[in-house]
Design a protein around this ligand. Structure first.
Ligand SMILES: Cc1ncc(C[n+]2csc(CCOP(=O)(O)OP(=O)(O)O)c2C)c(N)n1
Length: 326
């Protein structure tokens, strides 16, 4: 699939909102990375930078009643879903005001109100959870769709198959989004799968499967809009693989020596933020000054999120057993 957007007019406000969200996803993580190197954030930090067109393209095509389940590279999805930057940054800092009350950290963002059901650190283990949410829709006769984000490293793992198997058997309204960023930690996909397309996994159940190659968020949104509408009308799982790329290492601890600088720089030629900006200016020449204002707004929002996290309290020791099951 090409990265050309459909010949369609989009409202300027819609496009600018999309740009605002994507810029927030990018700038939030750049600041998180900075805070991490200052040791203000502990544990793991997996950055989503470079993959934003996927998360935002998919989530912007959902309705509020729909559910999102993400893997551990979850900051971007959380923000795309409308989660608060302050609550996200505070979670990274391990503070009580965080979206998981400082208990989860980077890999375990959660927001029940936004129907954002995590953030999971165990590779592939959230596929059955997404199937469960979709089962609830069917069982209760509610018309919501669940989307589940996974890395391509999950497609050969047990729970991934269990989730897809039940989803197909029970015709559940769930869409598995495989974000194929080419590497599972330092392992390139050709060392773990016989084909470069992880969407091949859909064939075995079977369920509808497709591969999308695009860093263009509008294109990702359009593709997902149609798929979500189909799944809502005729419940059945779909697997959509997006070929994407992360610009940073697997986590902050990874210098990413298993790939060349040229490879990374080459992929940056289709940076989703640059593509979206170009699309906006193609349609609305006068939007340039509005984009400048958006940059100022986002700088402020991100700075405020950092200040909020820094000034928030640590969870009280007396609450250490709260939310644990015995
Ligand atoms: C069941 C399990 N095995 C191993 C790990 C260690 N691990 C953490 S991330 C990761 C790679 C996953 O890669 P992928 O699914 O492609 O996601 P990406 O990091 O590229 O977003 C592995 C093996 C884990 N978290 N869970």
């Amino acid at each position: 699939m090409s990265t050309k957007t459909k010949q369609k007019t989009y409202e300027e406000k819609w496009l600018l909102d999309l740009y605002r969200k994507m810029l927030l996803m990018r700038r939030f993580e750049e600041e998180a990375a900075r805070a991490y190197t200052e040791r203000k954030i502990g544990g793991f930090l997996h950055l989503y930078i470079g993959q934003e067109a996927v998360g935002l393209g998919v989530i912007s095509a959902l309705e509020d009643k729909d559910y999102v389940v993400a893997a551990y590279r979850d900051h971007g999805h959380f923000l795309a879903r409308g989660g608060s930057a302050k609550a996200a940054m505070a979670e990274l800092y391990g503070k009580e005001t965080g979206c998981s009350k400082g208990r989860g950290g980077s890999m375990h963002f959660f927001d029940a109100e936004k129907h954002f059901l995590g953030g999971y650190g165990i590779v592939g283990a959230h596929a059955p959870i997404a199937a469960g949410a979709a089962f609830a829709a069917k069982y209760r006769g509610e018309n919501f769709v669940t989307v589940c984000f996974l890395g391509e490293g999950s497609v050969s793992i047990g729970p991934f198959h269990e989730g897809l198997c039940l989803a197909a058997l029970w015709k559940l309204p769930v869409i598995f989004i495989v974000e194929n960023n080419q590497y599972s930690m330092g392992t390139p996909i050709h060392r773990s799968l016989v084909t470069p397309n992880a969407a091949v996994r859909a064939d075995g159940y079977p369920m509808k499967g497709l591969t999308v190659e695009s860093d263009n968020v509008i294109e990702c949104h359009e593709i997902m809009k149609d798929i979500i509408s189909d799944v809502r009308k005729n419940p059945a799982p779909v697997l959509v693989e997006f070929k994407t790329y992360r610009y940073r290492g697997h986590s902050m601890a990874d210098p990413a020596k298993y790939r060349s600088k040229e490879e990374v720089e080459n992929r940056k030629q289709t940076d989703p933020l640059i593509l979206l900006k170009a699309d906006i200016l193609k349609l609305y020449k006068s939007a340039e000054s509005k984009l400048v204002l958006i940059h100022e707004e986002i700088e402020k929002e991100v700075a405020e999120s950092v200040a909020f996290a820094e000034n928030s309290a640590e969870p009280n020791l007396s609450t250490v057993e709260d939310n644990t099951y015995v």
